[in-house]
Design a protein around this ligand. Structure first.
Ligand code: FAD
Length: 408
């Protein structure tokens, strides 16, 4: 039996749930599927959401979802620590499994039908990128779903992209992260997220993201696989400033996973397929924040798909919707991605200092070529002098309508 629907959303993570909710709310007959048996499990996230992204959401986040307030981020490289506070540095910790369930329930409440334990295994096409049937493996056997629009919200290893031959993976396009929620920690400051740039994490970073006074998500990743991910993580735990905070810590839940590290200004619609969330690389660099952008873009994809099935407008307008809403953030993210690729491939002390300066916005990305000509001592001196300056803000680089606009 073929199940017909207007919109099939593949994946019930934040992007998929948000898309399903928006499409169903706008009147489209919507089905969203996930290969998981339970929404949100396993968690593959460090569970931090930037407050500067919250205004882009299509709804208010219930207070109970925001479990811990983070005032700022402390960045570390080559024994220099730079602390940034407020603006784009402040965030909340969330419980991803609970947040994802809340999102899924909203979609169900709006009328979307959820099929769990249902994995997309094949697609049939009328012509290139025009899907006619989705072949879905369920506990009860194979089901065929025939949608008018497919929303690919199936994450960094998207099956829709693979089956549509849209996947273009190359070295450095996917970051791998090993991470655990740890308990019984002695955190230096539980109100600051901590990011560590070092040899242990080639092309990426290690992190401690608190969820309470004594618990945190602790992880390390790489972009360029010069060693195993286990090796990265173990080396990170040995960094003295990390080790002392984790001394009696217990690894409670593994939350490892993969993140796309690609340009954001890609094309996001092909035939009757819209790409959203990690499947569309919609995360903001350099911190690779994907959770809230996935929800914001999912909403736009769902609304656009519903308009399309009701005969209004084309799917092409989805990219314009994103450009209109988040375009300026995404463009800046792409600039930072260019710099990150350039700096992080070398994994040498000087490049780490430059990354520290750029990521903290102490150095202007516009001056990167000039800064590259300086030596380690000069860069250290500059970073130290920013730390010691009484008028720090005057030395940071702000521009109006940009990611850097959110810096306090
Ligand atoms: C270790 C780690 C830490 C991170 N930390 C943060 C952070 O602190 N803050 C932040 O904002 N972002 C963070 N991210 C990124 C963030 O988790 C993602 O950007 C976000 O989850 C993307 O949402 P999504 O809905 O696009 O994809 P996902 O959340 O990956 O959801 C995709 C869903 O599709 C399902 N699926 C996949 N294939 C199929 C198939 N064939 N059939 C059916 N279902 C399928 C999966 O089961 C999954 O439920 C982190 C990522 C990782 C890996």
């Amino acid at each position: 039996m073929v199940i017909e629907c207007d919109v099939l959303v593949v994946g019930a993570g934040p992007a998929g749930c948000s898309a399903a909710r928006a499409a169903a709310e706008a009147g489209a007959k919507t089905i969203f599927i996930d290969k998981k048996k339970e929404i949100g499990i396993p968690v593959q996230c460090a569970e931090a959401i930037g407050t500067y992204l919250i205004p882009f959401l299509p709804f208010r986040i219930p207070e109970e979802q925001l479990i811990w307030k983070i005032d700022g981020i402390s960045f570390w490289a080559e024994d220099i620590t730079i602390k940034r506070k407020g603006g784009m540095w402040s965030s909340y910790a969330i419980n991803r499994d609970q947040f994802d369930k809340w999102l899924a329930n909203n979609a169900i409440g709006a009328g979307a039908k959820l099929l769990l334990d249902s994995e997309l295994v094949d697609l049939e096409f009328r012509e290139k990128y025009y899907v006619t049937n989705a072949i879905v493996k369920t506990r009860k056997g194979i089901r065929v779903i025939s949608p008018k629009v497919v929303i690919a919200a199936d994450g960094a290893d998207s099956t829709v992209l693979k089956l549509s031959r849209l996947k273009k993976e190359h070295e450095g396009s996917i970051g791998e992260i090993k991470s655990y929620e740890m308990h019984d920690l002695q955190l230096d400051n539980p109100y600051y997220d901590q990011l560590f740039i070092g040899e242990f994490a080639p092309g990426a970073y290690g992190y401690i993201f608190p969820k309470s006074k004594t618990t945190a998500n602790v992880g390390a990743g790489f972009l360029f696989p010069q060693k195993s991910i286990d090796h990265c993580y173990e080396e990170f735990l040995e960094v003295p400033v990390v080790k002392k905070q984790l001394k009696n810590g217990k690894e409670v839940t593994e939350k490892s996973g993969r993140v796309p590290f690609c340009y954001l200004t890609d094309k996001w619609n092909y035939g009757n397929v819209l790409l959203v969330g990690d499947a569309a690389n919609q995360n903001i660099k350099p911190l690779v924040e994907g959770f809230l952008p996935a929800i914001a873009c999912g909403d736009l994809a769902g609304k656009r798909a519903a308009k399309y099935v009701s005969g209004k407008n084309t799917l092409d307008d989805y990219s314009k919707d994103i450009e209109h809403k988040l375009g300026f953030l995404f463009k800046d993210s792409d600039i930072l991605l260019d710099i990150a690729y350039d700096l992080l491939q070398s994994n040498a002390a000087k490049e780490r200092l430059l990354s520290l300066g750029i990521n903290t916005n102490v150095f202007s990305y516009k001056k990167i070529e000039k800064l590259k000509r300086e030596n380690c001592d000069d860069l250290k001196r500059k970073l130290d002098s920013w730390n010691n300056s009484k008028i720090r803000q005057a030395l940071t680089y702000l521009s109006e309508k940009s990611l850097f606009h959110y810096i306090c």
